[in-house]
Design a protein. Structure first.
Length: 222
C-alpha cells in the first residue's frame, strides 16, 4: 500500500458502522444502513434498484459516524471504469464487506479484485480537495479548496471557508473534508474519495475546525 494509506490505515482498523448508497449524487435520498440493523435481503436490494431510474450508484462506508474527531468516509462511484457491471452484485459485495469487515487491507483488496478489477485504490496521488455538508453535498454545494499542481496554503483555504458561511457552520449535518482521486477518469479504476474529520459540534450546529482541516490537508497533500 502507498504512503498515503499508511497515514489513513490506523483510522480504518475497526469496521465501519454505517453504509449508504446514493443514486446520481442524490445524497439527501441515500439508503442508509446501520451496522446494528439486519442485513438487507436480496428483495430489498432489488426494490431499491428498481424504485426509479438512475445512471450512477455511489457507495459510502462510514467509520465512527458519531465522532467528529474520528469520522472517515470512503466514497466510491460505481462507474463504467469498474470491471463489475451488475449493480445488484455491486450492492451485494458492498454489504458483504460491511457486515463481515476483514480489516482494511483485505477490505481494499476485495474492492479492487471483485468490483474494480485492478489494484488501484490509494495507489495514486490526491488530485483535488473540497469540503461540504454530508448528505447535503449537492443541495448546499461543495467548496473547492485545492487542486493538483498548486501549493497548499493554509491562509487561502481558511479564507475560502470563511467565504461560505453555510458550510463553515451548519445545523443540517456534519461537514466532510473530501480528498479526491481520478477526477478525469484518466487512471485505472473509478472516481473515488476519502472524507476526513474537519468539524466539531457546538450545541445544535457543526462548525468547521480549522486545526483539523490544516492537520489533514498538511498530512495528506503536504
Amino acid at each position: 500500500m502507498t504512503q498515503l494509506l499508511d497515514v489513513l490505515s490506523p483510522h480504518l482498523q475497526n469496521p465501519p458502522d454505517t453504509l449508504q448508497f446514493a443514486k446520481d449524487r442524490k445524497y439527501e435520498e441515500s439508503w442508509i444502513i446501520s451496522h446494528g440493523e439486519s442485513r438487507p435481503a436480496n428483495k430489498e436490494i432489488a426494490s431499491y434498484l428498481n424504485h426509479d431510474k438512475y445512471n450512477l450508484i455511489i457507495v459510502e462506508y462510514i467509520w465512527n459516524s458519531k465522532d467528529d474527531d474520528k469520522r472517515f468516509v470512503l466514497t466510491i462511484y460505481f462507474d463504467d471504469k469498474c470491471r463489475l457491471k451488475d449493480p445488484e452484485r455491486f450492492i451485494f459485495y458492498s454489504l458483504n464487506l460491511f457486515y463481515q469487515y476483514p480489516g482494511y487491507r483485505k477490505f481494499l483488496g476485495e474492492l479492487n479484485d471483485k468490483v474494480i478489477g485492478q489494484d488501484t485504490l490509494f495507489q495514486h496521488p490526491i488530485e483535488a480537495v473540497n469540503i461540504g455538508i454530508f448528505n447535503h453535498w449537492m443541495s448546499v454545494g461543495p467548496l473547492d479548496l485545492w487542486g493538483k499542481g498548486h501549493p497548499y496554503q493554509q491562509r487561502i483555504v481558511e479564507d475560502l471557508i470563511n467565504s461560505r458561511p453555510e458550510i463553515k457552520e451548519s445545523a443540517l449535518n456534519y461537514q466532510g473534508l473530501l480528498f479526491l482521486f481520478n477526477l478525469d477518469g484518466n487512471l485505472p479504476g473509478p472516481y473515488y474519495g476519502i472524507k476526513t474529520p474537519c468539524c466539531t459540534q457546538i450545541d445544535s450546529k457543526w462548525v468547521i475546525d480549522f486545526d483539523k482541516v490544516h492537520f489533514w490537508m498538511s498530512r495528506l497533500i503536504g
